[in-house]
Design a protein around this ligand. Structure first.
Ligand SMILES: CC(=O)SCCNC(=O)CCNC(=O)[C@H](O)C(C)(C)COP(=O)(O)OP(=O)(O)OC[C@H]1O[C@@H](n2cnc3c(N)ncnc32)[C@H](O)[C@@H]1OP(=O)(O)O
Ligand SMILES: O=C([O-])CC(=O)C(=O)O
Length: 372
């Protein structure tokens, strides 16, 4: 047995949800460029869960179900107030809150298809409410109830800020949600599938996936990109700072990808949005610094930016706290995790690979009093 490090190139399952072929990303056969330009996030959720785009009445029904399920149990809100708020990362708060939600869902352990779909609706609806409520509670503000008439993207920004957002902000948030929704067998989706393939419940699968997304080699990179941009500070500092990082073999956050070689097709949509938003906010330097970094890194290492790179300046321009960037990724990606969980249940087999053992050979047990 020989191990493939990081399972690179290993095909671990079949899936009909999304595909990456020759650097082209599709959700159920729809090109991500088409969806990013035209689709609402609610349509994408439906597409991922049902394998087809919704009719108007199907879309209206899903929107109504999501809006109805956005409120959080009082117990979850009360729990936030018990957290050591100054040291809790919002991804840790989200991970804990999703696990806690499961305690208050009477269907949490009901393993029937209809019940799993209802849990998917509830989780998709409540994730943005958790992120927004936590963001407010830690600032000493009251959580804000959603407005039923708003879209998913608009409601999230409304619950976060307490103001109905401008159209451009809703457009940017909707696009970001569409772009992050699914991505074949990335680390967090694989984690969710491994978890539920033991026939564990949906809440366990999503809690596990949030844990995997949190790391800086995966979803956590978007927050790390903003940290890097802030540390570099000015356009003039970009060249020496990035060259020094490359010389030291430091990872440049938001660059590189396990699957894409020529580039991540999602990055250009966020690049364009970053340009537009940073001009509108009067902070074009975040975009200019980002494009300069891209020029150096692609020139020196042939490493194109991934989805996390330009999303950082987009979310910053929307006035969002930097440690909420990865939770926003989770608010979108939960749609993909749920699609994969439902797909896993529908054709389940335990996921249990082997390890190539590299430890000592057979050893005889020596009682503790005889050990030197
Ligand atoms: C939503 C997402 O999860 S997208 C990914 C988000 N993560 C990041 O942006 C973090 C930065 N990027 C990385 O760490 C990596 O590119 C990953 C984790 C995304 C992919 O990792 P892997 O497929 O294991 O690539 P690996 O680490 O083997 O890199 C191959 C080579 O490129 C280099 N490289 C890869 N990414 C980077 C980077 N961001 N900066 C500098 N060098 C890099 C590696 O050092 C390695 O060089 P070497 O062959 O000289 O040793
Ligand atoms: O696919 C991956 O490995 C990481 C990624 O881009 C994503 O999850 O969106």
């Amino acid at each position: 047995m020989t191990a493939t490090r990081g399972l690179e190139g290993v095909v671990a399952t079949t899936s009909a949800i999304s595909s990456i072929i020759d650097d082209t990303l599709t959700y159920v056969g729809y090109n991500i460029d088409d969806l990013a330009e035209n689709a609402s996030f609610e349509e994408v959720i439906y597409l991922l869960w049902h394998g087809k785009l919704p009719t108007q009445s199907q879309l209206d029904e899903l929107k109504a179900q999501l809006a109805e399920n956005m409120n959080l149990p009082q117990e979850v809100l009360a729990h936030f107030k018990t957290y050591p708020i100054d040291q809790v990362h919002p991804m840790a708060a989200l991970r804990s809150a999703v696990s806690l939600l499961g305690l208050y869902d009477e269907e949490a352990d009901v393993m029937e298809e209809g019940a799993n779909y209802r849990k998917a609706i509830r989780l998709q609806a409540k994730m943005p409410a958790i992120v927004a409520a936590f963001a407010r509670v830690r600032k000493g503000l009251e959580p804000i109830a959603p407005k039923k008439e708003l879209s998913f993207a608009a409601n999230f920004l409304y619950m976060l800020n307490g103001e109905v957002p401008e159209d451009v902000a809703v457009e940017a948030m909707n696009k970001a949600l569409v772009l992050h929704a699914d991505h074949e067998l990335n680390a967090s989706t694989f984690t969710a599938r491994v978890c539920v393939a033991t026939l564990s419940d949906v809440y366990s699968g999503i809690t596990a996936a949030i844990g995997a997304l949190k790391g800086p080699l995966h979803g956590g990179a978007n927050e790390a990109v903003m940290k890097m941009l802030k540390e570099i500070g000015t356009l003039d500092n970009v060249e020496p700072a990035i060259r020094e990082k490359l010389a030291n073999k430091d990872k440049i956050m938001g660059f590189g990808h396990r699957v894409y070689r020529k580039g991540d097709p999602r990055a250009k949509h966020l690049r364009e949005m970053s340009k537009r938003l940073t001009e509108l906010t009067g902070e074009p330097h975040w975009y200019e610094m980002s494009t300069k970094i891209e020029g150096i890194v692609t020139g020196e290492k042939d490493l194109p930016p991934n989805v996390d790179f330009y999303s950082a300046s987009v979310y910053h321009s929307l006035g969002i706290d930097h440690d909420l960037f990865t939770p926003i990724f989770a608010v979108s990606r939960v749609s993909g995790w749920l699609a994969h969980i439902l797909e896993q249940y529908s054709n389940n087999r335990l996921i249990r690979p082997r390890a190539d053992y590299t430890g000592p050979g057979m050893q005889a047990y020596i009682p503790v009093e005889q050990r030197g």
